[in-house]
Ligand binder design. Sequence first.
Ligand code: SF4
Ligand code: SF4
Length: 170
Amino acid sequence: MNLQIDLEFIAAEALNRADDYDAFRYFVELDERTDAELDTLVEKIAAPIIAAIDCKQCANCCRSLDVYLTEADAERLAAGSFIPIEQLLNDTIDRDRAAANEEWGVFRHKPCQFLNGTLCSVYEHRPESCRMYPVFTPDFRWTLEEVLGGVGLCPIIYHTIEQLQRELGW
Ligand code: SF4
Ligand code: SF4
């Protein structure tokens, strides 16, 4: 599978097609498949795309997104990276900004301060949200607006939505 991973191209395409994605969201809401069937279809489409795209050559999510983390994430990161938890809380994690979104913590810096080129320097100890991204399921139908928030920045999301549109006859 040879997929376009040019980030400028994908960002421009997503911008051009903002209205199309909005309409597609309503189309998906009305699709006759059950939520579980739709989730299964999306996972089937996303799996080979995830396998085909090398995140180590991209890292756009690490440059662009707010990274939320739990207390357990912070403790694991501190232990694994040998950065004292107090230092992480002072320099790296913003508790106040996270609280406004009912989260425990969020990295202060964008791009992420642990990003080294396109590689994560704390890969083994990274927060759960980094491990999970991008998230398509469960409840793809009802989280599609959130998923589409990343369509212009994440090649995996972009190609999964493209392929899904073809599969659903959009
Ligand atoms: S911790 Fe690693 S994976 Fe997570 S945003 Fe930072 S560089 Fe990316
Ligand atoms: S998850 Fe998406 S944005 Fe992040 S590195 Fe992989 S392809 Fe790029």
